[in-house]
Design a protein around this ligand. Sequence first.
Ligand code: ZN
Length: 93
Amino acid sequence: MSNYPEGVTGNEPQIAGYAHDTEIEDDREVCCNNDECKAFEQYSEQTVYVSQYGSRYEMNEEWEWTCPYCESHNSFSRSWDPADDVEYEPDFD
Ligand SMILES: [Zn+2]
C-alpha cells in the first residue's frame, strides 16, 4: 500500500532525504596528493566526480579527480552518519 502517486516509489532523494548510489560532478575544494606537485596541500576548486551511496544510518562519498597541474589521479572518501549531519544538503542541481 503506497500513498505516493504512480511512478513515485518514495525513495527519491526529495522524499527520502538521502542519496542512494548517486553519481554527480561537482566543484569541490581539493588539493593534490602528489607531494611533487605545486598543488600539493594547496586547496583549489576542481571539478570532482562524486559518488555517494549509503543508507539513512551511514552515508559514504568518494571523490575522484585528475589534478590539472600534474595529471595524477586523486581520490578521497569520507563517511558520516546522516543523523549527525542534518545540515548537510547535497546539491543535485
Ligand atoms: Zn597535482
